[in-house]
Write a protein that binds this ligand. Structure first.
Ligand SMILES: NC(=O)c1ccc[n+]([C@@H]2O[C@H](COP(=O)([O-])OP(=O)(O)OC[C@H]3O[C@@H](n4cnc5c(N)ncnc54)[C@H](O)[C@@H]3O)[C@@H](O)[C@H]2O)c1
Length: 239
């Protein structure tokens, strides 16, 4: 929605076709073109399929945002191989494959912007225990961002945005899982998280989208290979 408000036509991938369509309708209400591309992006064949549809419909691609993600509050000793693979497939491998599909189109145009979703935990000494596969996947995304920035320069800028705590469905699920492990109601866990924030409030999805829009704007023409952490002050916390 933030990119559409700045004039972008938007193709929307999600597992959930219904919520993608709801967003597409909101984009169209702003007078922009929108297309939904429901697919499970943990599968490279699905990514290939939706890129073909995208190119057929839009005939160009200026901005790629690799946003899909999952998380799970679970100690390494309790994680299965499947838990690990799902994190890597949905986040790291999909980011890799979407960049691989997008870059040739952008190179032909001699212009492109790629923004990958990192996390404040994907910084040295900021990892959080009980998020092993998640931290591994997000560090992988930062590595890929830095390599792609070098390989795709000078016409394509590749950066990452690292949210801190955004009160989305992802965090609501984490608070339930952490509450179960610690014998606390999820609402109490949520309040503990809020209280530790320097700015005393959770970020909104649009707080993150504003940084994405900045990175795709002329204001950021000299930024590539960076991971901009928009964490409301995290990892610094109130004592
Ligand atoms: N919420 C936070 O505090 C936080 C913090 C750091 C980083 N992030 C990152 O921000 C991004 C967005 O997270 P969010 O908080 O909005 O989470 P969310 O769970 O609300 O949204 C994630 C979206 O990804 C989609 N998705 C999941 N698996 C998919 C798949 N296989 N194929 C296609 N779509 C799939 C889901 O349907 C959902 O719409 C993620 O990359 C996440 O890791 C979030």
């Amino acid at each position: 929605m933030r990119l559409a408000s700045h004039g972008a036509d938007v193709a929307i991938n999600d597992l959930n076709a219904e919520s993608a369509e709801k967003t597409a309708q909101e984009v169209r209400a702003l007078g922009r073109k929108s297309l939904t591309l429901p697919a499970d992006i943990s599968k490279t064949s699905e990514i290939d399929r939706i890129f073909d549809v995208l190119v057929k419909n839009f005939n160009r691609l200026d901005i790629l945002v690799n946003n899909a993600g999952i998380s799970m509050y679970r100690p390494i000793l309790e994680c299965s191989e499947e838990d690990y693979d799902r994190h890597m497939d949905i986040m790291t491998k999909a980011t890799f494959w979407c960049m691989k599909r997008a870059a040739p189109i952008m190179m032909k145009q001699k212009w492109g912007r790629i923004v990958n979703l990192g996390s404040y935990v994907a910084q040295l000494n900021c990892t959080t225990k009980n998020f092993g596969p998640y931290c591994a996947a997000k560090f992988g995304i930062i590595g890929l961002t830095q390599v792609a920035a070098q390989e795709f320069a000078p016409h394509i800028l590749v950066n990452a945005v690292g949210p801190g705590d955004v009160a989305t469905e992802m965090m609501e699920i984490e608070w339930v899982q952490e509450g179960e492990m610690r014998g606390m109601p999820a609402a109490d866990v949520k309040e503990l998280y809020r209280k530790r924030l320097l700015l005393e409030k959770f970020e909104t999805p649009d707080d993150i989208a504003k940084v994405v829009a900045f990175l795709c704007s002329p204001l950021a023409d000299q930024i590539t290979g960076s991971h901009i952490v928009a964490g409301g002050g995290l990892p610094y916390t109130v004592k």
